[in-house]
Design a protein around this ligand. Structure first.
Ligand code: GSH
Length: 87
């Protein structure tokens, strides 16, 4: 694998994460896939970066530089990761 997967997450508060993002992170860890997490807390300018890139803001959002895939929707991301990277 040449590049790290980028995962954009939003944390609702310091202690409470999105359950949809948690699902994706668990699979990334389970499959031992190197990845960068970009947290988009409320008020973070990173939210606007994702909005401009993808046309709307929703997390989790995944970019895979190995395949060029960019996607929303936790269930679809999990399915994609398993289909692409599970041994
Ligand atoms: N069906 C989506 C739901 C994702 C979702 O509802 N994400 C929320 C955070 S938990 C979100 O991005 N809300 C937009 C916002 O906070 O502006 C999935 O499974 O990924």
């Amino acid at each position: 694998m040449s590049s790290s997967i980028i995962l954009v997450l939003k944390y609702l508060s310091s202690f409470q994460g999105s359950p949809f993002c948690k699902l994706v992170r668990e699979v990334l860890v389970e499959l031992e896939l190197p990845h960068l997490v970009r947290s988009c807390a409320r008020g973070s300018p990173k939210r606007q970066v994702l909005y401009e890139k993808a046309g709307h803001f929703q997390v989790p959002y995944l970019e895979d530089p190995n395949t060029g895939v960019q996607m929303f929707e936790s269930a679809e991301i999990v399915e994609y990761l398993r289909a692409t990277y599970a041994l």
